[in-house]
Design a protein around this ligand. Structure first.
Ligand code: AMP
Length: 226
């Protein structure tokens, strides 16, 4: 793997990781890598991995670490990750973070830049239950905050907008519990390494995007890479 830099977006489901990771990746010329997207594609293709991970996604629980790490290693070995990647939804457990550190070390790379996007619970619920995703290009909308011009249709490519099956309120509840138990401890893990930066994710999309770009810019001038 020839990854030059890893930007990790942490934060609960609904914090805007997907939207922001796409914008940031474009801005920095890096690949956007979402393990959630990879698993959803695998499920819709009906592949072997898809069959294995579907029950976890349906319940709002985490896919086992060994499957996640295999998926990441495979994905990172592709040429579009040569310059680096923006990680969205990975790592999700301390064990994944440790394995990922080892992977970055093995490939002679520095520490990742980790940005925790913070959003209060009330906003998270509104964002998750109002979220719609384009079935063609993956653009993300929100019926409350960022509706499409035409009901149910993507502005960008005319694709049909769908609700993710795990954005139903009962699964959302479980996903937030899973986050608190398994993923939140990651902020302490990265804080101890001195690589964690916090960004307020409550504002408008553009504001948050600017704040993230500033963090990356600061890291760039400090470390001289990216
Ligand atoms: P996301 O799109 O990031 O919200 O992920 C959707 C679902 O995919 C999660 O609820 C998990 O079931 C699974 N998933 C995605 N990324 C990971 C990961 N790094 N570790 C374990 N499960 C994951």
């Amino acid at each position: 793997m020839a990854l030059h830099h890893a930007l990790i977006l942490l934060g609960p489901p609904g914090a805007g990781k997907g939207t922001q990771a796409k914008l940031l990746a474009k801005r920095c010329g890096l690949t956007h890598l979402s393990t959630g997207d990879i698993f959803r594609e695998a499920v819709s293709r009906g592949s072997e991995v898809g069959k294995m991970v579907k029950p976890y996604l349906d319940r709002g629980e985490l896919v086992p670490d060994d499957i996640v790490m295999k998926t990441i290693e495979e994905r990172l070995s592709r040429s579009d990750c040569a310059a680096g990647a923006v990680f969205d939804g990975f790592p999700r457990t301390v064990s994944q973070a440790r394995d990922f550190d080892a992977l970055l070390n093995r490939s002679g790379l520095g520490k990742p830049i980790v940005i925790d996007i913070r959003v209060n619970r009330e906003d998270l619920m509104r964002r998750l239950t109002g979220r719609l995703t384009c079935s063609v290009g993956g653009e993300i909308y929100n019926i409350f905050d960022a509706p499409p011009k035409k009901h149910g249709i993507c502005d960008a490519d005319g694709g049909k907008l769908l609700q993710r099956s795990d954005d139903r309120p009962e699964v959302v509840k479980q996903r937030l519990i899973t986050y608190d138990e398994k993923t939140k401890p990651l902020t302490d893990y990265y804080e101890r390494q001195g690589v964690l930066v916090t960004v307020d994710g409550t504002g408008a999309m553009d504001q948050v995007s600017e704040a993230l770009a500033e963090v990356v810019q600061r890291a760039k001038s400090r470390d001289g890479h990216l």
